[in-house]
Write a protein of this length. Sequence first.
Length: 390
Amino acid sequence: MSNTLKSFSQAILFTLAALVVVVVRVLRPIKLIRFGPLASNRLGHFAGNTEIFLSERELGIHGRGTIDIFYHGAPVCNQQLAKMWERVLHVSKTAQYIDRVNRRLPGGDAHVRHWTMSDRDINGVLAKTSPHLSFTKSEEAVGQEGLRKLGISDGAPFVCLHSRDSEYLTQEYPDLDLSYHDFRDSTISNFLPAAKELVLRGYYVVRTGAVVKDPIFEPIPGVIDYASHGRSEFMDIYLGAKCSFYLGDSCGFHAIPMIFRRPLAIVNMVSIEHAPTWMENCPFIPKRHWSIKEDRAMTFREILDSGAGQYLHEAQFQQAGIEVFENTPEEITAIAVEMTERLAGTWQSSDEDDTLQRRFWDLWEPSELNHKFVVRIGVEYLRQNIALLD
């Protein structure tokens, strides 16, 4: 298409969009219509923000009778997820033009579907609603065949395992310096003892990830390095939706099992105030925070009082003189075992464990990040780190 023809086509689109804006504003006393983008370019927000919005809308938090029309941000990070959202939302390419025109004209804010870049369920709506996404019959057949191709027996339980690294952002956004996320990274080898233990307990373990820095070099029967071999956008969603539980870092992929209400065991949690405190079935353990000046581990109170519990940039930790360390293989294995036994109904906590939990959560205050505190920190982690509760 020539530049002249392209410009002419865009002029027509914006003219039509302006006419739609006029009609929409005239209709406002009768029906409120809003337009806005989906956070389509990042998997965690594309999944989490959207599902939380739908749950809030179902519960009447956004008002009833409003029509919201969306369009995709670019690039779309997962086409299967986009297809599934389009089945439960009004999504239109032309909504982008209408939204742009509406925002430029005075008085259009009422017709903007505002989003925040947050996938935090501070109102606890996920526990009050069912998943809004489902697979069609043909998609179920494709998914089951995909599991068989991975070597997972029909009906066998499996765990999605995820170790975050910087490779995805490096390849997806080569012109941007996103290294400030690196403090969230972990090492896949630290997860392998937990993976072996899960296999002994009857699970397959599927290592997920769109692009990963290091493959699993050690062949382990029952452990499938799907991220390195055979990964697809469809199976990313299917695996996250069907897993027995998720074991891994707090990264974009964990939002997939979350929106399908699958249990999560999150390790290497940093920053800790971003833990999903509203999820009852989501035990977590944090990275160790080390005070360089004091040459010792920081207590939980020091982490929270210093503001480090909300840091989102590596430079913030550096400026505060804090170094964060990954969870050990033993710590990861312990929370994996805790999750399997909780799901099996065989886990037993002592009175002392309950006391440690209360001591930990008594340190927290409600904030813009957290209103509900129903999650548990890993029991064995607290047993081994009682001194951090002082």
